[in-house]
Design a protein around this ligand. Sequence first.
Ligand code: VGL
Ligand code: ZN
Length: 274
Amino acid sequence: MTEKKRLNKKALSRRSFIKRAAVGVAVSVAATYGVTAMMQKSNTDSTNVDMLTISDLELVSKIELRKEDSLIIVDMQNDFLPSGALPVNGGDEIISPINSLAEKFHNKGNTIVMTQDWHPPGHHSFASSHNKEPFEPFESEGIGPVLWPDHCVQGSKGAEFHPDIEAKFAHAIIRKGYHPDVDSYSTFIENDKKTYTGLSGLLNALGIKRIFLCGLALDYCVYYSAIDGRNLGFDVVIPIDLSKAIDSPPGHLSNALQKMMDEGVQFVKSDNIA
Ligand code: VGL
Ligand code: ZN
């Protein structure tokens, strides 16, 4: 890393600290005086100025594949793509470049894993299970911070991989979210933070040290997988042009990017993986 980039990174971390501190002060001042409007304005101002975006990320210039690398293609299912139940903006744009990267991994003999969100009907993450509207805030153990439209129901068309995503190179498919009252954003550990999906066992058994995470959604399943991946001892790389975010509630993506940066997740353009 060059000195300039190191400084940039420091500046970014400091900036987010200042942002969090500023919001904290504004909230406590507002709370003291009971000035809700002031709190909202302050939050909005700092959000506009200091939201971390994808273009703020420091990118690794080049990555050479090693045999201990695995590609994890997250949730490229009909329901997360245009005309699906929970479409992620721009999801269709990443299909073909993911296929190209999968081919690179395949040609080098590297492991490829695909994941599938796989909910039973009436899953507790569905707004319909609570007589609420999709994207309404909701927090209970294993569910939230928002509720979702019914999606990726086991055996449904929406739960199938998109027909254009190349699944033939996948060595394994990991399904998650099949317990009725617990969601699983991470492909490693469910939202109860204790039930393993089996992915880490598989990767460890294969001697995998570094994972490349792509697919949907950047601020949910990709993000939680990246954080768990780091906690489980893997090096984690996200080819940033191969993932798209939901960003609900607003600011969710910015927080996810900040956390991933803090946890040492690396970002790279997929063209720069050789
Ligand atoms: C996902 C929301 C609900 C994801 C899954 O794959 O990122 N997001 N279920
Ligand atoms: Zn889901």
